[in-house]
Every structure is written in structure tokens, then in C-alpha cells.
Write a protein that binds this ligand. Structure first.
Ligand code: ZN
Length: 257
């Protein structure tokens, strides 16, 4: 169907499909081992709003989050709708990033193992030594200043400042923050960041030096990525996210309920 002929979604429909996608995001992060216990948080600005976001109640395992479970939380920390607990660091990391980073309608914070392993190193840089990493060229910020838990919004503001205009923040001695304009875009970044970090950690574990990709080849490949961003008129990130949701659907997952 021609995209311009798509019926316009009402705000209720837009929020409903955002909830389904965010619930899928929690389930998929669990499926790929990107979560840590019941900690970490994935949030999305409510469609049509710039000052309130969807958050899973604290205490739920990511494997059980459903579209109907989300709290709507405003920037003062007030629960506008839904039932459950708002954990302090969820509010104090995500609220400032949503408020200060226009590229961050979707904000994902995880302690996913391989990217976090890089964040523990004196030099945490994601090296341009594998094709997957090239997608992050010039798009990763590094915050070396681990500051304890985020128990007030100044820490989230500091993190948003360190992120700047980029989509990835490697948080020293802690984990990662990944943002995107949409859930499929943000999840794609999260997933491939972990894959690139995994490849780097495995390569370094051999004890042999990395072979870095020359700048000219990086630039050529980035132009190719750009040219191939849509396939048959469909955005690659959306095709990936739809495929991943079908994996959940085949497992009879109840994430959409
Ligand atoms: Zn954390």
C-alpha cells in the first residue's frame, strides 16, 4: 500500500501500537540476554506528548511485560496512569534524557554484557574492526565519569549532556544508553551495539591485535549503508523489528495484550 494512503491513526491507536512495540522491546531484550535482573529500563515518550513517557512498573521481569502494564509517568515523576512502582533511577536517568535529547523519543538503558564489558576498560572505545561496528562510526559518546546511582535528576542531565547528539552513550563502569526516534530504530542500535561489542571482546580474547578498517573503506561502507537503508521501499530497521515480533508471536507470547 502507498504509505500516503495509510489511514491516520488516532492518538489512542498510536498509544496502543506504541505500547505493543515497547512490550515487544522488553521481551526481545530479555530473549537476547540484554537485561539484568529486574533492573534497567526501556522508555518511550507517549505518542503526541513531549513530557510524559511509558515505563514498565518496577518489579516485573522483562519476560512478562505486556502492553497493558505500562505506567504513564510525567516529567515530575507523577504516575498519570497505570499501577505500580516507579524506580528512582528509571526516573532520574530517563526523564532528563527524554527532556534534553530530541533524538531520544525512545530511551533504552541496559547493562548488556559485552557492551558493558567494554565500558569497564580503561579504553572503552568500540573499534572500527568489524563491519557491524561501522554502523556506529562517529555515533558513540563515552562518559568515563561513573558517579554512583542516579538518585537525582542532575545525574541524568549530566548523562544527557555526555550523549549530546549521538545515539549511543557508553557509561563508564556501568552500562549503555541507546536512544532512537522510534522503537525499531532504538532496538536496532541496542541489538547491533551488543553484537559489535561481542565480536570485539571475542577478538581481543585471542590476545592478538585488532586489524582496524582504513578510513577510506569506512567512508565507502557508510555510503553503502545509507544507500541500502530501505529495501523495496521498506526501512530495514522496521523490517527487522517486524521479523522479531513474529518470533515472539510464534512463541505464543502475550506481550501485545
Ligand atoms: Zn544502570
Amino acid at each position: 500500500m502507498n504509505a500516503s494512503l495509510k489511514p491516520v491513526e488516532t492518538s489512542a491507536e498510536a498509544e496502543r501500537s506504541a505500547r505493543v512495540d515497547l512490550a515487544a522491546c522488553y521481551r526481545l531484550a530479555d530473549r537476547f540476554g540484554l537485561n539484568e535482573g529486574i533492573d534497567n529500563h526501556l522508555t518511550l515518550l507517549v505518542p503526541g506528548f513531549a513530557d510524559r513517557f511509558l515505563l514498565a512498573p518496577f518489579g516485573m521481569h522483562w519476560s512478562e511485560v505486556k502492553a497493558s502494564d505500562f505506567l504513564v509517568v510525567d516529567f515530575s515523576g507523577r504516575v498519570v496512569s497505570g499501577q505500580g512502582l516507579v524506580e528512582d533511577t528509571a526516573l532520574y536517568i530517563h526523564q532528563p534524557v527524554h527532556r534534553l535529547s530530541p533524538q531520544g523519543r525512545c530511551v533504552l538503558h541496559t547493562h548488556m554484557p559485552y557492551a558493558t564489558a567494554l565500558c569497564m576498560l580503561e579504553n572503552p572505545r568500540l573499534e572500527m574492526a568489524v563491519q557491524t561496528a561501522l554502523g556506529f562510526y562517529n555515533d558513540v559518546a563515552y562518559d568515563p565519569a561513573y558517579n554512583g546511582l542516579a538518585f537525582d535528576e542532575s545525574e541524568g542531565e549530566r548523562l544527557a549532556g555526555a550523549l549530546g547528539q549521538k545515539s549511543v552513550l557508553m557509561m563508564g563502569n556501568h552500562g549503555v544508553l541507546v536512544v532512537g526516534k522510534t522503537i525499531p530504530q532504538a532496538f536496532e542500535r541496542l541489538y547491533f551495539l551488543e553484537r559489535a561489542a561481542q565480536a570485539q571482546v571475542l577478538a581481543l580474547s585471542t590476545g592478538r591485535p585488532l586489524r582496524l578498517i582504513p578510513e577510506a573503506i569506512i567512508n565507502k561502507t557508510l555510503a553503502q549503508f545509507l544507500a541500502g537503508r530501505a529495501v523495496g521501499g521498506r526501512d530495514r530497521t522496521e523490517l527487522h523489528f517486524e521479523a522479531l515480533k513474529r518470533v515472539l508471536d510464534r512463541a505464543n507470547s502475550d506481550y501485545a495484550s
